[in-house]
Design a protein around this ligand. Structure first.
Ligand SMILES: NC(=O)N[C@@H](CC(=O)O)C(=O)O
Length: 425
């Protein structure tokens, strides 16, 4: 019978209920099933021995580039890359052309995702009209059109008074704000982290202060307004400290970190390779250690890719002129395992929790669980599979990976969305 699967003999890891055992997982008619409900011969057997069977990964930070820039990525190519990376859902950033600041654009994205998406796509809506940071976007209509959060990602509202209003509305509408924390009068013109390496390389520095000023401002505003604040791609030790203190005080704040900020530092820019240029920039070793500590103690809730594809011709220019951004969907799982599991900072169940169960909870999305009756959004991971990153082999249109040539361990070998196989290695 088609659509009835028995994932046999894998290590079933379900952080939503603390399950971690070798066994068989059953999928019927798009849902995690109870095996007692059907006779044995009905199930198509998929061998999962030596593998981890987990809830599908959920990425809260992805640039799918549609509408507007299909030469960089499309909803079709980006979601196929996501499926290959083990993701069953992605949250799409609104810095498209036009920006996702009107309900009809959200409608277009949702329609397109339904037709062409390999995985679930959850759109976000802008905080400000055109992401210009001047006027409120129509937040109520955007919510009605189906956005899961508000963000001006790629940009940041500089005006604290406007940000206060935005937070008041977001709190009233019950949706979180995903904040790209950057004070542009401080970061202005910087292309890499301000420190030893920016001096050595002669590149204009981007001080940590640019991020930390907005993290602290927004924590105060969230406290004042009761809005739910999620700080995107934290990159500095100071930001980790600020979020840690705010959580201790009970402020409704959560945070993410990217795999590249966990694995790399500004020293990687020594060859002026623009595949290491992203926003926020790679920090110092002290920053990286603080981010690892932040993940370990739960200050940083989850890992998100900030998958930001650009065309090769755009990246193959002088460092100052290249756009910010790197791809990450197809390397996130293995790079995170390299930075966190190999180093024994997290074990596999804890890593899966930060890649699936926690992101689902933070945005209130379906998924992140393997309990019977839940939609069969799952991933089979071979934690021992060794592979070499070859950007030319990516399903993403973007080749701008800082991990080209890396020897990694661990890979999604099968991804299923609502019981349908969307990726098989
Ligand atoms: N994260 C990035 O380096 N780039 C993002 C937007 C941005 O945050 O600048 C992009 O859309 O390319």
């Amino acid at each position: 019978m088609s659509g009835f699967y028995r994932l046999a003999g894998g290590r079933i890891v379900d952080p939503s209920c603390g399950r971690d055992e070798i066994g068989d997982l059953f999928v019927a008619a798009g849902r995690i099933a109870d095996p007692a409900s059907l006779p044995q011969e009905s199930w198509e057997r998929i061998d999962a021995s030596g593998c981890i069977v987990a809830p599908g990964l959920i990425d809260l930070h992805v640039h799918l580039r549609e509408p507007g820039d299909p030469q960089k990525e499309t909803i079709a190519s980006g979601t196929r890359a996501a499926a290959a990376g083990g993701f069953t859902a992605v949250v799409a950033m609104p810095n498209t052309r036009p920006p996702a600041d009107q309900p009809n654009t959200i409608g277009w994205i949702r329609e397109r995702a339904k037709e062409q998406g390999a995985v679930r796509v959850y759109p976000t809506g802008c905080l400000s009209e055109g992401r210009k940071g001047e006027k409120l976007a129509p937040l109520g209509s955007l919510r009605a059109a189906g956005v899961v959060a508000f963000t001006d990602d790629g940009g940041c509202i500089q005006d604290a008074g406007l940000m206060r209003r935005v937070m008041e509305y977001a709190a009233m509408l019950g949706l979180p704000i995903l904040e790209h924390c950057e004070e542009t009068s401080v970061s202005g013109g910087g292309t890499m982290h301000e420190g030893y390496w920016s001096t050595v390389l002669g590149l204009r520095g981007w001080p940590s202060l640019a991020e930390e000023l907005i993290v602290s401002r927004d924590i105060l505003l969230a406290e004042l307004t009761g809005a739910r604040l999620h700080c995107q791609h934290l990159s500095t030790a100071g930001s980790v400290r600020l979020v840690r203190e705010a959580k201790r005080r009970g402020v409704a704040v959560s945070a993410e970190v990217t795999p590249h900020h966990l694995a790399l530092t500004d020293g990687a820019l020594v060859d002026y390779d623009t595949n290491f240029k992203m926003n926020p920039p790679l920090g110092s070793e002290a920053d990286r250690e603080a981010l690892l500590e932040g993940i370990a103690d739960g200050t940083i809730d989850l890992i998100a890719s900030d998958h930001a594809p650009h065309c090769s011709f755009e990246k193959e220019v002088e460092f100052d002129r290249a756009p910010f951004g790197v791809v990450g969907l197809e390397t996130m799982l293995a790079v995170s395992a390299d930075a966190l599991v190999k180093t024994k900072i997290l074990d596999w169940p804890a890593l899966i929790q930060r890649l699936s169960t926690v992101p689902a909870r933070i945005l209130g999305l379906p998924g992140g669980t393997l309990t019977a009756g839940a939609p069969a959004d799952l991933v089979v991971i071979d934690p021992n599979l060794e592979w070499i990153v070859d950007p030319q082999a990516f399903l993403s249109r973007g080749r701008n990976s800082p991990f080209a040539g890396w020897e990694l361990r661990g890979r999604a070998i099968l991804t299923m969305v609502e019981g349908k196989i969307v990726w098989r290695l």
